[in-house]
Design a protein around this ligand. Structure first.
Ligand code: 13P
Ligand code: SF4
Length: 303
């Protein structure tokens, strides 16, 4: 069954001129059939490089939106149109205006996990793998970092010369990883290194050996001489971690490292989206033009 779906998807891909982009958090079997798998920065960049007419996105809505904003001429299709990241909505644009009034020189730095509307009111976008580089390159001293508080706090700790104003957004998956559970996992696996995503809570990051985006966690584990790792991010990364490192062991902290939105994407839904080229991402052109500026600036500064 699974094999016949995969075969059909492969055939339709060529026939309909579709490229499949997938995030590391989707199911392993979806990652397996994607043309490119990566973190949010890689996927946003890749979307500007592919030559196919249609992009089928296996990820949450802000990822498909970014692909469409940067490539208005392409048809961007979501594997599941309801897969959304709750954190992307955790900011009111009135708050941006308020902070801009208070701090005349503030740069609004927007994590890509945000709606097109929030991007349109921001100065530059970042992802967890390029935020340090991008924020350091900004001339502004005051930085309003939105919407994720934990990522903002982590970036602020690395750039003490700037003043950060934080927003109280969060990822429910990463904030469900608690220090107490991590300490217990460390007791069970005393030789393991702890690799964490910066969306985790501050007290989890404090006892981590490495902090980075999904792809940075993957490359750290590959390069490291250690043999065991405790992984503080969504479970989807285990697929690539185990594939690339058959002789290393990877442990989770608890059973909540599971993004229900990323996990909506199944092979059946990919096949349906491939057959129908729906649901398609549509963005009002005025909004798209405004949101494209901070995304393009990110691609430029992150080079
Ligand atoms: P990455 O940019 O590390 O891929 O993270 C995306 C994400 O949604 C984290 O929760
Ligand atoms: Fe959003 Fe968290 Fe899911 Fe990433 S893991 S898509 S930040 S809810």
């Amino acid at each position: 069954m699974e094999d016949s779906i995969k075969k059909e998807i492969e055939q339709l891909k060529r026939k309909k001129d579709v490229v499949i982009l997938a995030h590391y958090y989707v199911d392993g079997q979806v990652q397996e059939l994607a043309d490119f798998v990566g973190d949010s920065y890689f996927l946003a960049k890749k979307a500007t490089e592919v030559t196919e007419k249609n992009i089928l996105f296996c990820g949450v809505s802000f990822m498909g939106e970014s692909a469409k904003i940067l490539n208005p001429g392409k048809r961007v299709v979501m594997a599941d149109g309801t897969a959304d990241c709750p954190m992307a909505h955790m900011l009111d644009i009135d708050r941006i205006a308020e902070v801009r009034r208070e701090y005349a020189d503030a740069a609004v730095v927007c994590y890509v996990n945000s709606t097109a509307e929030i991007k349109a009111y921001s100065d530059v976008c970042v992802t967890s793998s390029n935020a340090l580089r991008v924020v350091r390159a900004l001339p502004n001293r005051n930085i309003f970092f939105v919407p994720d508080e934990n990522l903002g706090r982590y970036i602020a700790s690395q750039i003490p010369e700037k003043n950060f104003i934080l927003n109280d957004g969060f990822c429910h998956v990463h904030t469900s990883i608690y220090k107490e559970e991590l300490l217990h996992a460390k007791e069970l696996h005393p030789d393991a290194l702890v690799l964490s995503h910066p969306e985790c809570r501050e007290n989890v990051l404090e006892i981590s050996d490495f902090i980075g985006s999904t792809s940075e966690i993957l490359s750290f584990a590959e390069r490291s001489e250690a043999k065991e790792f405790i992984i503080c991010t969504e479970m989807g990364v285990f697929y690539e971690l185990e594939l690339k490192n058959p002789n290393k062991k990877f442990y989770s902290v608890g059973h909540r490292q599971f993004c229900p939105n990323m996990k909506k994407i199944s092979l059946e839904k990919v096949l349906y989206a491939m057959e129908t080229l729906e649901p398609v991402v549509e963005i009002d052109e005025k909004l798209r033009i405004k949101a494209a500026k901070p995304l393009s600036r990110m691609l430029e500064l992150a080079k």
